[in-house]
Ligand binder design. Sequence first.
Ligand SMILES: *Cc1c(COP(=O)(O)O)cnc(C)c1O
Length: 395
Amino acid sequence: MQDVERVRADTPGCTRVTHLDNAGTALPPAIVTDTVVAHLRAEALRGGYRAAAEAAPRLAAVRSSIAALLNADAEDIALTDNATRAWQAVFYALPFGPGDRILTCRAEYASNVIAFLQVAERTGARVEVVDDDESGQMDVEDLRRRMDGRVRLIAITHVPTQGGLVNPAEEVGRLAEAAGVPFLLDACQSAGQLDLDVERLRCDALSAPGRKYLRGPRGTGFLYVRPRLRERIRPAVLDLHSAAWTGPDSYEIDRTARMFETWERDVAAALGLGAAVDYALSLGLGDIEERVRDLARRLREDLRQVPGVRVHDQGVRQCGIVTFTVAGMPSADVHHRLAESDINTSVSLREYARYDLGARGLPDLVRASVHYYNTDEELRRLVEAVDGFRRPGHR
Ligand SMILES: *Cc1c(COP(=O)(O)O)cnc(C)c1O
């Protein structure tokens, strides 16, 4: 990436904190905050509906921007309050019956697994976890062996919340498509840091939040749904925006991905998300991906040099999430000590990813997730702080 100084100048938070929690919430560029605040002011001065009418073309453009990010059509995009709602909108619309099989991966996120378990309990469907290969990524050969006529869904996490792994989603997509099985991809940690293309991924649906690597506002998310899936399923819930009341006893469901939206929304936040996506597109996702990957690789190398530190990221292909533990110090303490030095990290709890951290016998992990605006100097600050913890006299 050419201009790290410029993107830092665009990011007010860079002057205040060493922000290594981009997988949690990234620092927004000023244009995102300004867009949100400007719309809130317009609502306050002219009324929310009038402000929304004035912003209608820009709100429509948010879907186009997200479509450009994913190489999709604007009609395939639904705007949601968060990624979980986006994912749920598709998952809870799928029909399951006794003996139906849901295939997922070890890296799967807790909320998704809880939904699988609830639906399995209700319908008699079965949840199966595909093995990892020796690198720790999802084993596509094991997935292939498990495919049969009872598989109703393949739902996996692209990049887990708890590590730098990038799962081989494109191979999974090709396999799912060949079998005619819907493929639901949780792209919460890959959107905004990897160059996503739904034509390459071959996913039928994809969910992502605004606040993580995309650097958008909190309380935003989106859903991509391929037309062939929209033709097959009906939303579990409808309102006067996702459907039209066409006669006393009739209604018609919207044919676009809007079928998964509701009428009321935080317009300011949605516009802020659009600004965040446009900002990412202006930098180029290929360049973002490369810089994030290189910074994270250097951080792993440097952390491995610190006695007592173990780095836990797996996979053939790795990204911007770096997870580690420090001998003799609980991860929550490491996180708090770092926060005292204005270094933001987070803790990946075991209960967020039991299939993965449970199987590997790992405790909670410290997560340092880098973004393109981070610098080598900031990484050095983290490594030195962690190194300092084991010296006598550290508090
Ligand atoms: C953060 C995250 C989610 C949930 O996203 P929300 O916007 O909080 O609903 C789902 N899956 C993964 C892998 C995540 O990291």
